[in-house]
Design a protein around this ligand. Sequence first.
Ligand code: R5P
Length: 293
Amino acid sequence: MLVVAGPASRSLASKLAGELKAGLVEVESKVFPDGESYVRLKASVEGEDVVVVQSCYPPQDKHLVELLLLIDAALDLGARRVVAAVPYLAYSRQDKRFLEGEAVSGRLVLRLMKAAGAQGVVTVDVHSEELLRQVDVRAVNVSAIPLLADHLASMGFRGSFVLSPDRKREPAAKLLAEILGGDHGYLEKTRDRVTGEVRTEVKGLPVEGRDVVIVDDIISTGGTIANAASIVKSQGARRVVAACTHAILAPGAVERMRSAGVEEVVGTDAVEGEVSKVTVAPALAKGVKELLG
Ligand code: R5P
């Protein structure tokens, strides 16, 4: 088996190759002066099972095109089977048509991977599991929560209160709380579909004098976490940290969360960046083994 290191996930690919005891194929990449992407596999993949690792965090469209080019190139160069390991599945929040006339972007992203030749897709803590069932491609969603839990435990967060900022993510908060030996809860969040403004309903939580972990799948503007942090802080929480799988972090996000009382943000290398403190390689390896048997 060979692991192809997509330009968005070079360090993760190397860790995944280690987990799978597979060879690593490096990729040369560049952007032409007109903005088009170029990729070249730097070793042969002929006759091999190939895992193309490329997360599709911002700039999503560029990373997606590179991923599609790599899948197509690997097959064209004689790979036996190709699976795509895409920890952050771009556009997964647009898993349906919320307003009349919208594109169902997440579904198209999966269709494109299939059309490029991927036999399967492994992703991590996908925003919408339903999305994976909308396209006829084998898709495995693995969880980074146990890996985040190990890191939080090492930070001294055993027994803390784990909060999901919305109802949809409650199962992740429950799992994290179980591993950390604490309890959990969730908030009711609504987002204005046109302005993007987030409103969170305030309710009483058992956080007075306690450490709190706010856990979400994605942090983009930081608004959701900041709202949740203000609520638990106003109810007497001690240390507050945010944990997430995909720390997209739009400009100003970290400052917004800090101002609301968040001491630290713990993210993973699903999005390689300033807060990626935990690797998702072991989870991805499990998903790849499930797909390739
Ligand atoms: C949405 O439902 C997601 O689970 C996240 O809560 C959301 O994407 C976070 O976005 P932001 O950081 O911009 O509030």
